[in-house]
Design a protein around this ligand. Sequence first.
Ligand SMILES: Cc1ncc(COP(=O)(O)O)c(C=O)c1O
Length: 408
Amino acid sequence: VGKPTHALLVHDDGSEEAVPDVAAGIGRDWATENERGQLELLYDYRPELLPSGQWHGDGMWRYRDLLPLDDRPISYPLPVGGTPLIAPPAVRDELGLPNLWLKDETRGPSASNKDRATALILQQAMTSGTRRVTCASTGNVAVSLAVGAAAAGKEAVTFVAADVAASKLRLMLQSGATVVKVEGGYEAAFRLSRAAAREFGWIDRNTGVNPATVEAKKTAALEIWEQLGREVPDVVVVPVGDGPTLHGMAKGFREIVACGASQRVPRLVGVQAEGCQPIKHAWETGERVRPAISATIADGIAVSRPVSGAAAVRDVVRSGGCFVSVSDTQMLDAMRILATRGGVLAEPAAAAALAGLLVALERRLVGAGERIVVLVTGSSLKTPEFLRAHGRVIEVDGDLDALRESLG
Ligand SMILES: Cc1ncc(COP(=O)(O)O)c(C=O)c1O
């Protein structure tokens, strides 16, 4: 492992412990059964760690000086990162938000933001002789790892809940993964995947366990900053399940400040589902993150016992932001706006971010004139069961007059 020079261990109660020897820290099993905490890698920050020159959409390896990589050439074969920051005119008009952007993370090899962490873990793994890589997943992480492992010549063993979405399961299997269905839901799958990685010596890509996953996720923040002309936005809205996507965003923006390229970070708005909001609840009450029920169509953010909950609360508070929650109906409506006005196909967990922005605007937590970036984390191509018809079908027998009449 390359650049990180030191680290922090973030405990469940949000407190931090310095870890001077990063190499030892990475090798150690921090997130043990008693959930000791999460390792956060830190660098010797200075301006040269940020890329110079024009943004070319050239992918996340552009930020390699801020990634735990040695100097060997990148051999991971799939293009990852460099996703578009869309200025959507019709969405802006409809919502009255002149400074809204969509960071379209559905453009990766498996159509979700998970492809960044998959790429970094596999890039590290390609230089090791270990054949198997594992993760537990609500769906997208496992699809991403299955696709990435296929490309990297590794074997993915993915652990999922027994009720995992059928379309996501099919994609894992199509890519050749071994899929372990676990009774007891995502939390049980997570524990078993971790135990298997330890027992069998597999590479562990588990969210919130391997600190490299957050390092990869932070590159989306670095891209947003470059795409806005090396300026940070006022607000970034992120859907929150386990928490590392938000944690990665926060870390990315903090590192821009630490490198001397910005004076401030954006306010982060974390969005949870009304049917599963343990992190928002902890933020509201000031208590620890406690297990919650999970009842939502948004599988990606249906996480009852989030691994990175404490870090997500800490990051939102530090940024001056907030958490909001949204109903399934609000997510479906946000999917409609994104699809019919933005041309962006978002699955429910991803559309939750736009739905959450609308809630935050209504509560005046965000102003309509602010520079706002909404992270679109996954594609509705993988959740066909939640596609709704906002257009219409006209049946004609090939006659132009009949067509004219039907069009109305
Ligand atoms: C589409 C989508 N959005 C958001 C998330 C939430 O990300 P995190 O678990 O990092 O909070 C997930 C996680 O699976 C997801 O699949």
